[in-house]
Design a protein around this ligand. Sequence first.
Ligand SMILES: NC(=O)c1ccc[n+]([C@@H]2O[C@H](COP(=O)([O-])OP(=O)(O)OC[C@H]3O[C@@H](n4cnc5c(N)ncnc54)[C@H](OP(=O)(O)O)[C@@H]3O)[C@@H](O)[C@H]2O)c1
Length: 505
Amino acid sequence: MKALLCKEFGMPETLVLEDIEPLKAEAGKVVISVKACSVNFPDTLIIRNLYQFKPALPFSPGGEVSGLVKEVGEGVKHLKVGDKVFAMTGWGGMAEEVLVDARRVFPMLPKMDFVTAASVMYNYGTSYHALKDRAELKSGETLLVLGAAGGVGLAAVELGKLMGAKVIAAASSDEKLAVCKEKGADFTINYLTEDLREQIKTITEGKGVDVIYDAVGDKFAEPALRSIAWKGRYLVVGFAAGEIPKIPLNLALLKGCAIVGVFWGQFAEKEPAQNFKNIQELAGHFMQGRLRPHIHKLYTLEEAAESLNDLMNRKVVGKAVVVTSDEVKMPIYAQLESKQPEVKAETTPVKSQEMLIFKDIEALKGYVGKELGTSEWQILTQDKINAFAAATLDDQWIHVDEEKAKLSPFGKTIAHGFLSLSFSPKFMYEMFKVESAKMGLNYGTNKVRFISPVPVGSRVRMKATLKEVEDMQPSGAKLIIDAVFELEGSEKPACVAELLSVIYE
Ligand SMILES: NC(=O)c1ccc[n+]([C@@H]2O[C@H](COP(=O)([O-])OP(=O)(O)OC[C@H]3O[C@@H](n4cnc5c(N)ncnc54)[C@H](OP(=O)(O)O)[C@@H]3O)[C@@H](O)[C@H]2O)c1
């Protein structure tokens, strides 16, 4: 089997790809046929002998993998050959096989792909522990993330948003910050070209930030701490920039703030029950499509040293992943993020907007939080209002009596509120389609608010955002769509609603 070997400590260039003997399972351990191995900051330290763990030479870097169980050692009960798994290996992952303690190996979530499975535990485990357990971040608070486009940083942006915080992402380039925005950051600061303190002051209107997530250290730590709000929490997560900052402790006194250490590895070791609870909660968010790692690029084993160099040179946004064969592809949601969804022009009828075509429900999940589009306008003619009145037995004069309605404050008839809403299936058919769907059903609304009256002759259209995609057994999904029914010429919409649909594959 092929393995990228560290035979002497040094920079990524010193690593060599070699054919070595296949691995054998030992008691309490399993051999995994690696499909994907994500690249993490410690990999860049371990090869230079700068990390807290020091494996004997030669070894392969790579601490987080996904793959198939190839061989099970004596005494391992919860895993069997062929299981799809992910694992925290410490090292050894940048190879076709890795031998791992079975306690560090977990079954993959249903429908999760190998690249995603190798990319979530370390980043989201760390950032969730930091924000939830250490900062006790509350909805409505302000969160500043330094190094926001890095692995743990981008996970903190997504999680902060999910937890209801106002998120300020700080990073070194506008391209990186654009990805942070896509992941939900409300504000961005380019800390190489902008003054961090000034920007924080402007964004928070002088109040300061409630929680600071610092995975970078070095020269940004002190100005960030000086910008913390009263009773803020400063999370010490990492020192990616190299220098461990020395903070004047009077700042903690003056701000009444807490400087809080975060060490996810130790937390998982010392508080396994709490860590397991966090992982379960994260799994729920992944299943619901609320969290998605940003995959920077896939590298082959031959290119694995380059992936480490890219991380060290601050070129990676989100997660770099090494894959062991070209069968392991970029997840569909990541393809959508990098391109925009596959769009195919509709031929008939002619539309101003092109339709979004999703391959399957998994692809749709990758689109959660994004706009599905805006429909064509629909005119609310008196004929349509009359037909709706007849169908619903709601023939109040304000809808159907044109003469009497002339004397009303509106000067004309008014469409039923539910008439605009009833166009939602038609509007949705215009916007997107799921190729794998055998059947779809637009069956109702969770919430609806009627905001403006809609006089006869008005034009309405629907703007929609995919809010949630929830798995349904045996093979389907429930969709929740946020819809705004715009009224031409009016700032206020006709109505807003949360629409419910189901799709069966
Ligand atoms: N405490 C814990 O439990 C825990 C857990 C996981 C990770 N960590 C630590 O958190 C830090 C970040 O880890 P990560 O996996 O997110 O790394 P990463 O993906 O490489 O992200 C680090 C970010 O730091 C910024 N940076 C600034 N100066 C840098 C430099 N000289 N070299 C590299 N990056 C630099 C970069 O963003 P810009 O270019 O935008 O500045 C980069 O995106 C590491 O120190 C890691 O050890 C701690």
